[in-house]
Write a protein that binds this ligand. Structure first.
Ligand code: 6PG
Length: 250
């Protein structure tokens, strides 16, 4: 896999807490700048465990009182096809940890329709994104992404056709070990973002972080390596444990 055309901005932090605090402050700075500049901001959220603390901090003073919540539209980079009340739902995760505690107009929260068939839900979200963003570039002002130990991000899994999708912005996805389908934004859409921020923490991620950030020329293309902003900024916030192997290669 070719290395990144423009090196990502990799920021190591001593632990998950300091990484989360930095991520929450970064969220505030990006949203402030977007709202200052154009009166609104569009953010896509990630699922998984890593962003939990960041989400909690966004709903806690001082940031809770500083961010222009009523000017921000919220999307999801991916979703599991389970009911919104299901504990596996990415929508439920974000609502419980911060969205429901904030003065966000309901019409600015755009969940995927997991009550519909995955095919129709994917198509509807694709249409929604095109209606919302049109041909505007960049599209999202910020997308938060996690990183799986196999190199997946959002619900873009190794070997998935979605990695090479050139037209659609949202597609159905499947993980062999899960009974439910998923929906995911494609690299084609994600890479239209102004700012892409990966949040990665924990010793279990050290190997994949090194494989992603220091790819060997013959390594297979990992899903997270398909995330290369067309004109935007790519950042990795990683804690010390996840950065452990990077130190040995620098
Ligand atoms: C999901 C996420 C997924 C997640 C990674 C990392 O819906 O689960 O979109 O891509 O970000 O699996 O998850 P952790 O943060 O829990 O390690």
């Amino acid at each position: 896999m070719a290395a990144y055309p423009k090196a990502p901005d990799v920021r190591p932090f001593s632990d998950l807490e300091s990484m989360s605090r930095a991520a929450a402050r970064f969220f505030a700075s990006v949203t402030d700048r977007a709202v200052e500049g154009k009166g609104r901001c569009a953010v896509a959220l990630s699922g998984g465990g890593t962003p939990r603390r960041t989400y909690e901090l966004l709903a806690t003073p001082p940031l809770k009182d500083q961010i222009p919540w009523d000017r921000i539209d919220f999307f999801w980079g991916d979703e599991r096809c389970v009911p919104p009340a299901d504990e596996r739902s990415n929508q439920r995760l974000a609502r419980e940890l911060f969205l429901d505690a904030l003065p966000i107009p309901p019409g600015r929260i755009h969940p995927l329709q997991t009550d519909l068939s995955p095919r129709i839900a994917a198509r509807n979200y694709d249409v929604l994104l095109r209606h919302f963003f049109g041909g505007a570039f960049p599209a999202l002002d910020l997308i938060l992404l996690g990183l799986g130990e196999d190199g997946h991000t959002a619900s873009l899994f190794p070997g998935s056709d979605a990695l090479h999708e050139q037209e659609l912005w949202v597609v159905e996805a499947h993980r062999s070990d899960e009974p439910f389908a998923r929906l995911t934004m494609t690299p084609q859409f994600i890479n239209r973002s102004a700012t892409i921020l990966f949040l990665v923490a924990g010793a279990a991620k050290a190997r994949i972080v090194q494989n992603i950030l220091v790819p060997s020329s013959d390594s297979p293309s990992l899903p997270a390596q398909f995330i290369k902003p067309m004109r935007g900024q790519l950042l990795f916030f990683i804690d010390r444990e996840a950065a452990r192997l990077l130190k040995t290669t620098r």
